[in-house]
Design a protein around this ligand. Structure first.
Ligand SMILES: Nc1ncnc2c1ncn2[C@@H]1O[C@H](COP(=O)(O)OP(=O)(O)O)[C@@H](O)[C@H]1O
Ligand SMILES: O=P(O)(O)OC[C@H]1O[C@](O)(COP(=O)(O)O)[C@@H](O)[C@@H]1O
Length: 305
């Protein structure tokens, strides 16, 4: 079974505007409220592909209930730890030419809450896969993903990680099986500038060789992605299209890779599917559909480097 862990879920309040004018009253053209947070989005996209998963993590209050209701409606199994405080709300302002995001403050996760998550993970076995995705609330130590990945490794469980900053820097020490930083997060991780594909390949190879991470997918928004595995390096160019709402594009890429990898164990096919899924979500108001991904798949240019 695939499990997703979202330590920091959110209700995404996506507001579409003609123009965003700071300091003025802005009225939305259209707005949406979505159950979000990176692991939850991965579960939602897997479900769209027909792949079951169980969503774990922490939710609380009326916003937490909103997320549980949305997952129930989508027939996605979940087993969250309940918190006293409300799950955050993330505001995504989509104007014609730019996107502005305000991610809310996280509820407090106490030690006893974290212990409940660890208890749930203790029941998993080696044929399970765990996706750990998103930021960590400030009440959790920055080494949390590192500890969780180590714990899963001890049980022979593969972990898929999508995070950034110090939690990523810590977690790579534990060798997750797959990571998907974007090119900006990759540059930040090594404290180096990333100017071109060669820079990306060089740093991604370090993740692969020095940190023993089998699959490294560096996403680059409209420029597609670069995959670096143990025995191949692949450049993937994203299809051209009009980006409508890129919230969830990265999560769709993670779900796409995992879904195709489970089916084929072919990294090239998985990376191509990941880029198609990311782009299909970027071109949609909410998340991709399977049909959109299948259509875009043939427009993802794949080149072995
Ligand atoms: N404007 C866009 N046009 C086409 N594809 C996009 C666009 N934005 C994102 N994508 C697709 O989504 C994937 C993930 O996007 P990216 O922005 O790199 O992730 P993240 O949200 O994690 O930073 C990209 O590899 C690409 O396939
Ligand atoms: O945990 P973080 O890093 O604050 O990110 C949370 C946000 O990321 C999202 O999961 C979207 O992520 P991507 O656009 O990277 O796919 C939103 O649903 C959520 O608001």
């Amino acid at each position: 079974m695939i499990y997703t862990i979202t330590c920091n879920p959110a209700v995404d309040y996506v507001v579409q505007l003609e123009h965003f004018q700071p300091g003025q009253i802005n009225r939305s053209k259209r707005d949406l409220k979505e159950a979000g947070g990176k692991g939850i989005n991965v579960s939602r996209v897997l479900e769209i592909f027909g792949e079951k998963s169980i969503a774990l993590g922490f939710v609380g209050g009326f916003t937490g209930k909103f997320i549980e209701d949305a997952l129930n409606e989508a027939k996605i199994e979940h087993d969250f730890v309940s918190l006293k405080e409300d799950t955050r709300i993330n505001v995504k302002l989509k104007a014609a030419t730019e996107e502005t995001e305000i991610n809310g403050t996280s509820p407090t996760i106490e030690e006893k809450d974290y212990a409940q998550l660890v208890e749930k993970l203790s029941k998993l076995s080696a044929d399970d896969v765990v996706v750990l995705a998103g930021s960590l609330p400030s009440s959790l130590p920055k080494e949390t993903y590192r500890s969780l990945v180590s714990l899963l490794n001890e049980k022979g469980i593969k972990s898929i990680l999508d995070t950034s900053g110090v939690p990523l820097k810590e977690a790579i020490q534990a060798s997750p099986a797959f990571i998907k930083p974007n090119h900006i997060e990759l540059a930040e991780l090594f404290g180096e500038e990333v100017q071109n594909d060669q820079d990306i390949v060089r740093l991604a190879k370090r993740l692969n060789e020095e940190y023993n991470i089998d699959h490294v997918l560096i996403s680059m928004a409209k420029d597609g992605a670069i995959y670096v595995g143990q025995d191949q390096i692949i450049r993937l160019r994203a299809p051209k299209g009009k980006a409508v709402n890129s919230v969830g594009a990265g999560d769709s890429a993670v779900a796409g890779f995992l879904y195709k990898w489970q089916e084929t164990k072919d990294a090239k096919k998985a990376a191509q599917f990941a880029v198609a899924a990311g782009s299909a979500t970027a071109f949609s108001a909410i998340l991709c559909t399977k049909e959109e991904v299948d259509t875009l798949l043939h427009h993802v240019e794949v080149q072995t480097l």
